[in-house]
Design a binder for this molecule. Sequence first.
Ligand SMILES: *[C@@H]1O[C@H](CO)[C@@H](O)[C@H](O)[C@H]1NC(C)=O
Ligand SMILES: *[C@@H]1O[C@H](CO)[C@@H](O)[C@H](O)[C@H]1NC(C)=O
Ligand SMILES: *[C@@H]1O[C@H](CO)[C@@H](O)[C@H](O)[C@H]1NC(C)=O
Ligand SMILES: *[C@@H]1O[C@H](CO)[C@@H](O)[C@H](O)[C@H]1NC(C)=O
Ligand SMILES: *[C@@H]1O[C@H](CO)[C@@H](O)[C@H](O)[C@H]1NC(C)=O
Length: 482
Amino acid sequence: MARGGSAVAVLSFLLGLPLLSVLVAGEDPYRFFTWNVSYGDIYPLGVKQQGILINGQFPGPQVEAVTNDNLVVNVFNKLNEPFLLSWSGVQQRRNSFEDGVAGTTCPIPPGANFTYILQAKDQIGTYFYFPSLAFHKAAGGFGGIRVLSRPRIPVPFPPPAADYTVLIGDWYKTNHTDLRYMLDSGKALGFPDGLLINGRGWNGYTFTVQPGMTYRFRITNVGLATSLNIRFQGHAMKLVEVEGSHTMQTAYSSLDVHLGQSYSVLLTADQPGFDYSIVVSTRFTTKIITTTAVLHYTNSAGKAPGPLPGGPTTQIDWSLNQARSIRWNLTASGPRPNPQGSYHYGQVPTTKTIRLANSAATINGKQRYAVNSVSHVNADTPLKIADYYKIPGVFTVGTISDSPTYGGAYLRTSVMGADYRGYVEIVFENSENEVQSWHIDGYAFWVVGYECVRATLHCFLSLALFTFGDLNLSGSNFFDAE
Ligand SMILES: *[C@@H]1O[C@H](CO)[C@@H](O)[C@H](O)[C@H]1NC(C)=O
Ligand SMILES: *[C@@H]1O[C@H](CO)[C@@H](O)[C@H](O)[C@H]1NC(C)=O
Ligand SMILES: *[C@@H]1O[C@H](CO)[C@@H](O)[C@H](O)[C@H]1NC(C)=O
Ligand SMILES: *[C@@H]1O[C@H](CO)[C@@H](O)[C@H](O)[C@H]1NC(C)=O
Ligand SMILES: *[C@@H]1O[C@H](CO)[C@@H](O)[C@H](O)[C@H]1NC(C)=O
């Protein structure tokens, strides 16, 4: 994901690792999906565009699962370009082969199909999928994933009257092939033309609520580059879950949602019967753009009076403070009924510390982005496949330093080694004046701190990472600043 937000929100100083050497039980239920990926006309901002549809839908269909379900998704690529789907938040334990970013598995060639076999092993929560190659995400192909608790596992709030997915994101009228060409020729992406809520523009989508009932809204930023803020006119959001962790239930009047982040909030329809606005606006941008959806009461007497609620705009501290205010509820159940805290951060021996500093650089006359001075080049053979089949000459472990070099940037297929079942701390350092977002695939990790050095606005985000599989192919597939 491009320059959008701190990678994740959450968490506290305690770590819970529900990992045991569990057998992938043969009897966990299977859910089968057949997906046709095709081009089709969409009009999200009122002008016709060629979108990427899944089974004719934009956004794509919702994936609904229960903890431990096996998901078998047979994807038919009817585009004229190779296509690859990534399952953001699905942990891919033991092997990230099917995680679906460049470097894991081969893309699906045009006219071919590939069956992803995933398991929501020991997971609950709100996630999403998206196409990871060729800027396809700018045309659609994304959708929500929700993993529900098993029937007997207590959930720390009563069942909501309905469970709504809210996919928010920036949007460009320029199509994905033209956007890709712009980037490939070294130009910047530029400012988005608008924001979408569930694939629709201004007031294009309606969520219906009954007076007095409480609803769950699962909010994900599926955009390309922009951090967003969301608020519900006249209503408070009670935050209950962030990417599979139940949080301390705190009320917010507005929430920052950075690229790739997912939040669940509860909202009670406790106001007079009107149509209220759900407002989404850009963060950290000089020009602010906004969009709205409708929160429609079944007894609505028309549009709610009063102005649209305002939100934060460029303030960085506000965002960091809000992120710090979000805490894991360690006494609530997760995928299992037991409390979540079992390891104390600080008492677990760290097997490795990795510091990753991003930088923008011009290489061979083009705008590139580098990590620890390496601007990653995808190998022709996906790294995981080269590793599995022991194909020599594709990559070399140790081609990227585990701490910043602050030297000039250069091109390379970068791969860093780490130990199986290691406990790794990663510090992301951003001294650029843009938000940097990271997509970390296939592992369990927890935010342990944020810091900004005021004078330089040099920001740090620390993560603790527990590796369920081998983390030795990290150059592109596990840490990709896309
Ligand atoms: C996918 O497309 C094929 C024809 O290309 C059609 O027969 C099939 O019903 C479609 N499946 C779904 C789930 O839309
Ligand atoms: C492609 O789809 C066919 C028909 O559903 C299926 O039998 C086959 O296993 C799929 N191929 C792959 C590589 O998933
Ligand atoms: C994108 O638009 C250009 C014209 O600006 C056109 O040539 C190209 O075919 C379009 N690509 C897609 C995928 O629609
Ligand atoms: C944390 O979870 C427990 C167990 O479900 C619940 O009783 C408690 O109210 C929760 N605390 C907060 C602050 O949400
Ligand atoms: C990656 O780690 C796994 C597990 O430790 C090991 O079997 C494999 O050989 C390693 N691959 C490389 C390329 O180091």
